[in-house]
Design a binder for this molecule. Structure first.
Ligand SMILES: NC(=O)c1ccc[n+]([C@@H]2O[C@H](COP(=O)([O-])OP(=O)(O)OC[C@H]3O[C@@H](n4cnc5c(N)ncnc54)[C@H](OP(=O)(O)O)[C@@H]3O)[C@@H](O)[C@H]2O)c1
Length: 296
């Protein structure tokens, strides 16, 4: 199988390269050589690489930036996704696209399933939701994997920011009313690779047969931001370097930010497990592995 990876230098793209290359031929052009908003670049790259499957890990992911410049978010997260879908449909190339829990309003009292109504409350979430809809409308052999609260230690993420702040300050104010499904980026990347490997050489047809939206986020009980922070500090292999003494729970409303944040967005990933036999481990187990001393 030949796979073309978009967004290879992002948090997820970076982690995907190894697992995808372990079973497929991989083309992973850097963002500057493969701007997905440029339809002629996309067409030329597909013609040159002739992939069986495209994995789209590229996106405009700055939530507050999207509020300030919604047109830019729409160009990358909606319009480019539509063009990618059309180009893949035309060439019968399978497509795996990644989306977000921010398509929901965060008002649900249980983990969201795919059939739940989407009501994004910020410009980033709207652009991602419009991208999902635009992609489905193209009729491409495509699946959308919605994930959530992705972290890695190689990049700036919630977990890496907490560990850094804990070495600098004695008191940390942490949001306690946002609840979600923490997702270790490496686990997500491995799961996407396993999913594709499981489809084998018939991947484009199998993606056409399975076309639609699936949730794929960290397993276990949903966590609040402050629970995730506490767990990270507890599992920190260099606790002796921590200066932090107190975590102060605060409400999201106490943090002025351009974009509103949905409060409760845990994802139920059982449909992905049922369809593809792929799911992510309990988030606490993932965090333990993420923070294993050899990695930090
Ligand atoms: N991070 C999370 O917590 C989270 C949660 C839920 C869902 N997701 C979804 O997961 C996916 C991966 O996110 P991530 O955390 O890996 O984000 P990321 O680190 O911001 O990576 C996105 C990559 O896309 C690239 N990109 C932006 N515009 C592009 C364009 N026009 N053409 C080609 N590449 C472009 C970015 O390059 P530049 O940096 O050069 O702009 C960046 O390398 C996204 O679909 C995101 O919506 C993420």
């Amino acid at each position: 199988m030949k796979i073309l990876l978009c967004g290879s230098e992002g948090q997820l793209g970076h982690e995907l390269a190894g697992p995808l290359a372990s079973f497929a031929m991989l083309a992973a052009p850097p963002e500057r050589a493969f701007d997905i908003t440029d339809a002629s670049v996309v067409a030329a790259t597909l013609a040159a690489e002739r992939p069986d499957v495209v994995v789209n890990a590229s996106a405009y992911t700055d939530v507050d930036g999207a509020e300030r410049d919604p047109a830019l978010a729409e160009r990358v997260n909606r319009d480019a996704v539509r063009s990618l879908g059309l180009a893949c449909r035309e060439r019968a190339i399978g497509l795996v696209h990644v989306s977000t829990d921010f398509v929901f309003d965060g008002e649900a009292r249980r983990p969201y399933v795919e059939a739940d109504p989407c009501r994004p409350i910020n410009a980033y979430g709207r652009s991602k939701r419009e991208g999902e809809l635009a992609l489905v409308e193209t009729g491409a052999p495509a699946i959308v994997l919605r994930t959530a609260w992705v972290y890695s230690l190689r990049r700036k993420s919630f977990v890496s920011a907490i560990l850094k702040a804990a070495r600098e300050r004695e008191e940390l104010k942490i949001v306690a009313d946002q609840v979600g499904s923490p997702t270790f980026c490496r686990d997500l990347a491995v799961a996407i690779a396993l999913l594709l490997r499981g489809l084998g050489e018939r991947a484009p047809q199998a993606l056409a047969d399975a076309a639609g939206i699936y949730h794929l986020a960290g397993g276990g009980e949903p966590a609040s931001r402050i629970e995730l922070a506490r767990a990270a500090l507890e599992l920190d292999p260099h606790k002796e370097a921590q200066r932090v003494k107190t975590l102060v729970p605060i409400e999201t409303s106490a943090l002025p930010a351009p974009a509103a944040r949905p409060l409760r967005t845990p994802l139920d990933s059982s449909a992905c497990w049922a369809r593809f036999g792929v799911r992510l481990p309990d988030w606490r187990d993932a965090l333990r592995r993420a923070l294993a001393p050899s990695v930090v």
